[in-house]
Every structure is written in C-alpha cells, then in structure tokens.
Design a protein around this ligand. Structure first.
Ligand SMILES: [Zn+2]
Ligand SMILES: [Zn+2]
Length: 302
C-alpha cells in the first residue's frame, strides 16, 4: 500500500506552522507518494456569517472567540478569503517544482454549513480545488457555543452532529469524512445514543461509498482515562469497532499542522490502530465533485 495523506494544513489558518512547501518537503522526506493540501476552507462574507451567529452565543468564552474571529476575519480557525488565490498558487508552484518526487492535490477541509454549499460547489466546478473533505467542527456557526469538540456534549448535540453530517455527505461535495468521531471528545460515556449516532454515520458513509478518516490529530493528544478506559479523544475505539463491523473504507489522515507531524512513528501508530479494529484501510479515494442541484448542467463537470 502506498503512503498517502490528504489532510494537511499550513500557517495560513493561524493555528498551524509551515508553508505549503515546508509541508511538501516533510511529506517527501517520510516517503509519502501522494499529498493533498487541505487548509481550513476560507469563507466569503465571513464577518457577516459571524454576526449572524450572535444570537447563538452562550457564555464568555464564545463571546471572546467571536470577537477575536471578527477582528481577524478568519484566523485562528481559517485563512481569510482574500488569501484563497495565493494559497492555490503556492500549491501549484509546488506541483511543478516537485513533480518528479510527489503527486500533489489541491483541497480544503470544509465545514458542513448549508449556507456555504453553493460556494463549495463553485470551488469544485470551477476546478479551483481537486477535492473537499468534510471536517465538521461546528453546527451552523463557527463559534465556540456551536463547537462539536466542546466538553459536556449533550444528547441533543450528538444527534444534531449526526443530522448535520448525514445531510452534508448527501450533497456529494465531500470526498471523505475527517475525524467522524469528533463528537465523542466531550460525550464520554459510550451509551446507546453514542452507539446509535456512530452506527448512523458509518452506515451513511458506507451507503454513499465515502471513506472515513482515522485522524492523527487526536492521537497526538495522547490517551486519556475515560471512566477507567484509556481512549484517545479521537480516534475513539468504540466508534471504530462499529466502523470495522460495518466494513467502512478507512483512510489515514495526518491532519498535519506542523511539518514535524509527518513522521513514521505516527504512521505506524495509525496503522496499528486500524489493524486492532479490523479496518479496511485504503490509500486513495474518488474525488467527488458534488451534485448540488442548482448547478447541474451549467458547468462542464469533469
Ligand atoms: Zn486545524
Ligand atoms: Zn478538523
């Protein structure tokens, strides 16, 4: 099996280190043959989006994160929309410069926010990017109150996550689902509801032939004691046991936020996790181009 990775960030999002070229060089160094760069998607009219989220704000932490995002117009969560072209150009430069050493793809990790689905569709139809991955961190608004990785996730939050993810996958805009088990960071008891949500996500992905990602980002945070069990924040052993039974295709994602995140130790750790859970690991997947209705027939779909 080839070593590949389609989940890579850069300094542009404001919470990672390394240029596109730094990431490419690190990937080449550890023998990765195909690399997708997938920065947190820049969103147009982002300040408007954030202002609309004001009624959803709960608590000081959310208010502060909203104020920070408003001032910065993107970072620390995502790059500003005005940087879109320079990001794509930087990747294209790497594609040329390193063409004998590695295959490079242009992508984004995108939120499943309905208000932006037509924007995502245009990114794909205009061939700005090769693929999008669904990294669904927020319900409706990119603020902490709506964050699915927060502590103390309630039952209603995990079902909301499930509904959001199902709806997003059905658009055909997203080629794989990143850290599908993000909702379990703050919902620690793997009860009947957690099991139901996990099953629904795995079954939906399986029916649509969309791979799920075992994500190194959660592994880098290390194991933690959850009610007497040692678990990663993600990948969560209980979730992946279900994915193994359902027989989902599984892709490894370094979720690299620093060039040093590309390392052999992490690759082995991810592979070992997949073996333990009898997962069907793949090294490539189809780049889905979306079938968002209002665009059909108007563009030349590759
Ligand atoms: Zn990130
Ligand atoms: Zn993510």
């Amino acid at each position: 099996m080839k070593k590949t990775n389609f989940h890579t960030h850069t300094y542009r999002c404001g919470h990672a280190n390394g240029t596109e070229e730094d990431m490419v060089q690190a990937a080449i160094h550890m023998g990765i043959e195909e690399l997708g760069i997938s920065e947190h998607v820049p969103l147009p009219h982002y300040r408007q989006h954030l202002l609309k989220s004001l009624p959803a704000v709960r608590g000081v932490r959310s208010l502060l994160s909203l104020a920070y995002s408003l001032v910065k117009n993107g970072p620390g969560m995502r790059m500003p929309h005005k940087d879109l072209d320079s990001y794509l150009e930087a990747i294209e430069d790497c594609q040329k410069k390193y063409q004998d050493q590695i295959i490079i793809y242009k992508g984004f990790e995108a939120e499943g926010l309905e208000e932006y689905f037509d924007y995502y569709q245009s990114l794909l139809y205009e061939h700005k990017v090769d693929y999008l991955i669904l990294g669904h961190h927020f319900h409706k608004h990119c603020i902490h109150s709506d964050y699915y990785g927060k502590d103390h996730m309630k039952k209603k939050d995990i079902y909301q996550y499930c509904n959001d993810v199902e709806k997003a996958l059905e658009t055909g805009l997203f080629s794989y689902l990143a850290h599908p088990d993000l909702f379990l960071i703050g919902y620690q008891e793997f009860d009947l509801d957690a099991r139901t949500v996990s099953q629904r996500i795995c079954e939906k992905a399986k029916a649509l032939h969309i791979p799920l990602e075992v994500n190194a980002g959660g592994m880098r945070r290390g194991l933690r004691n959850v009610q007497g069990e040692m678990l990663y924040p993600y990948p969560n052993a209980h979730f992946w046991e279900i994915a193994g039974e359902i027989g989902n295709d599984v892709i490894l994602g370094f979720d690299a936020h620093d060039p040093s995140d590309f390392n052999e130790g992490m690759y082995k750790q991810m592979m070992q996790f997949c073996e333990e859970h009898h997962l069907n690991v793949i090294d490539h997947f189809d780049f889905l181009q979306g079938h968002f209705e209002k665009f059909q027939g108007e563009y030349d779909i590759r």
